[in-house]
Write a protein that binds this ligand. Sequence first.
Ligand code: MAN
Length: 356
Amino acid sequence: MTHDLGERCRTNPILRPQDLVPSLPEMEVTCLLNPGVFRFEGKTWLLVRVAERPRQIAGKIAFPILKADGQMEIVEFNSGDPRLDASDPRVISFDGQDYLTTLSHLRLLQSDDGIRFTEPQDAEPLTGTGELETFGIEDCRVAKIDSTYHLTYTQVSSHGVGVGLRTTRDWKTFVHEGMIFPPHNKDCALFEEQIGGKYFALHRPSSPELGGNYIWIAESPDLVHWGRHRCIAHSREGYWDSARVGAGASPIRTAEGWLEIYHGATKENRYCLGALLLDLEEPWRVLARSERPIMEPLAPYEREGFFGQVIFTNGHVVDGDCLTLYYGAADSVICAATLSVEEILGELISVREARS
Ligand code: MAN
C-alpha cells in the first residue's frame, strides 16, 4: 500500500535539463537534481545541482573531471573494456577506481511565485574548486543563520565524499570554509538557530561494516569545528528506509519539536521521504518518527528517469502550516509539492509507542 501526503505542483516537473544551457557548448545537461532553497531579496531561490557530461558517442563512455586548478578534463573509456563496470548509471568503476558519470555544479535560479524559476543573467555558477572537489559539488543545503547563508554540500573527489561549507551574505562573494565532515559523509543540514549556546548539524557518515548509513547529530561553537557526535536514527529493517537514511534541509521549529524531513531508501534504491521529531532543547533526543513515508515515488516523472524511483529533498520553504518541498525526481528533474506541517506531525509515531 502506498502512502503519500504531498500535493504535487500542477506544472511538475518545474525544471528539466533542457531548461538550462550547458556550461560549455560540447557538454549536455544530463540531469537536474536536489536543489537547496532560500529566500533572498523578496524572492524564492533554488540552488540547483546541474549534472553534465559530454554528448556521448557510441562505443565510448566519456565524463568530465576537474583538475585541482579548476580546468576541466574529459576522461574516456571504451564501453566494451572488461575493466569497466558501468552497471550503475551514476557511478562507474574502471580498473578498481570509481568515477562519477557526470560532473555537478550548482546554479542559482530565482522566482517570484515559487513555481516559475529563471536564471538571472549575472548569477555566477558555483563550481568545484581544489583537490577535494575534482568530481564536483552536489546536493547543497542552505541555512540562514543570523544574516549569513551557510551552504553545506557534498564534495566529491577520488579522496572520497565529504561535506563542504561555504558562506555568503550577498550571493556574490563566498567564503570557503573547507571540509567540515570528512569521508564518507553527506546529507548535512544545519539548525538555523543555536540551542543552549551551540550550533547543531545533522550529518550522515557511512560505516561499511559495523553500523550503516545512519543520521547523526553534532555540535559546534563556530559552525566549522564539530564534535560531540551522536547517532540519532538508524535505517529500519523491513521498512521503506531499510538501507539508508539522510537528513533533508534545516529542521523546522514547531511547538512540538524540531521537524526534520529526511530521505530513506531500500537496498533496491527506492527513495522516499519521512519525518523525525527532535526535542527542542536536546535535539539529539528523537521524540517521534514516521512509520509510513510522507512522500513516495508515484508520479511517472518520479518513477522513471536517469535513476528512477527517487524522491530526494534538501530544500523547502515554510509558510505557517504550509511546507513547500522542492525535490529531485528520478535524479532527472526538479519538482515541488506542498504538505501540511500539522498533517505530518499527526502521522508521527512517538518512539515510546513504537517500542511498546
Ligand atoms: C551516489 C549518488 C550520486 C552521487 C554520488 C556522489 O552515488 O547519490 O548521485 O553523485 O553518490 O555523491
